[in-house]
Design a protein around this ligand. Structure first.
Ligand code: PEP
Ligand code: MN
Length: 308
């Protein structure tokens, strides 16, 4: 893996590496990369209208400023697509987990869930973010989300890069666990070169030989935070301690460390009953844990001359 060279700065990533005081990354009324720390919290998956409503309320009460919720979920295996399941408040029994949806069925189900997310965000004054997987759904999703998330699996997806460069809405771009900062900034430069500047970069862990527990998949590259500030000085940096540690016990510690290291915000999975979450039950925090974490981060932010 190559490091970032002087030649890269001049020839390969000239736009993203430039200090750009004009850059504005704003989802609804939430501004990224300024003095205020941005905490985005919500369920891994939108399971029902009831669930996202109660979660939005908890996000607001904890003092977080944005709501996340997955509708399209990138699946490691073809089975267990949450989009195939009836809403958890529908009273219908669950569908065979081996059912594989057509893309049309996926889009219909995702749109219904995204409408719940938008409703919850509007009710509690929280801009919302959800992951996109297909370039063909940009227009549909734009009706519901204030920000698009691109998951690590789609980091290099040129169809998405092209389509998302045309939207005015901001982006949360995740770094693949196996990719260098050089490649990550290369992707950011692809957006820059297409005149798309309102994005934040998300560190969500890198692959290492050991992760301290059998389930954990990655370890947060804390050093990526100052390094991204060095090489892309105007781009906000968000850390996802949930999908990296993949273990509830580690999430808050790593979140605090990320803020201490200079991250501009956090992306956190929460659930009213984490162990019952449809997706990622091992790492979601409950509402109390989010509230506690918010208070701790506030203290760290203050020391650093920042606020919540
Ligand atoms: C997520 O944030 O829900 C998600 C699936 O993220 P990642 O792309 O980091 O796995
Ligand atoms: Mn998740």
């Amino acid at each position: 893996m190559k490091d970032i060279s002087q030649q890269d700065l001049e020839k390969n990533i000239p736009l993203v590496s430039k200090k750009d005081p004009q850059r504005e990354v704003k989802a609804g009324n939430v501004e990224f990369g300024k003095e205020k720390i941005v905490v985005i919290a919500g369920p891994c998956t939108i399971e029902s209208r009831t669930q996202i409503m109660e979660t939005a309320r908890a996000v607001k009460e904890a003092g977080a400023v944005m709501l996340r919720g997955g509708a399209f979920k990138p699946l490691t295996f073809p089975y267990g697509d949450p989009l195939a399941q009836p809403d958890s408040d529908s009273g219908q029994s669950s569908v065979d987990r081996m059912k594989v949806l057509t893309k049309k069925e996926q889009v219909e189900s995702a749109e219904r869930r995204l409408s719940y997310l938008a409703e919850a965000g509007a009710k509690y004054g929280l801009p919302v973010v959800a992951e996109i997987m297909y370039a063909s759904v940009v227009e549909m999703m734009e009706k519901y989300v204030d920000m698009f998330q691109v998951g690590y699996r789609h980091m290099f997806n040129m169809d998405l890069i092209d389509a998302l460069s045309k939207t005015k809405k901001p982006l949360l771009l995740k770094r693949h666990y196996g990719e260098s900062l050089r490649s990550f900034l290369g992707v950011a430069e692809h957006y820059e070169a297409r005149n798309k500047h309102n994005f934040a970069l998300v560190e969500r862990g890198v692959s290492v030989p050991h992760t301290h527990n059998p389930e954990s998949r990655a370890i947060i590259d804390i050093q990526a935070i100052p390094a991204l500030k060095e090489f892309a000085p105007s781009v906000p940096v968000i850390v996802d301690p949930s999908h990296s540690t993949f273990k509830r016990l580690y999430v808050s510690s790593v979140a605090r460390a990320a803020i201490a290291a200079g991250a501009d915000g956090l992306l956190i999975d929460i659930h009213s009953k984490p162990e019952e979450a449809w997706v990622d039950p091992l790492q979601a925090l409950n509402f109390e844990a989010l509230t506690k974490l918010m208070k701790e981060i506030e203290g760290i932010a203050k020391v650093l001359g920042r606020s919540m």
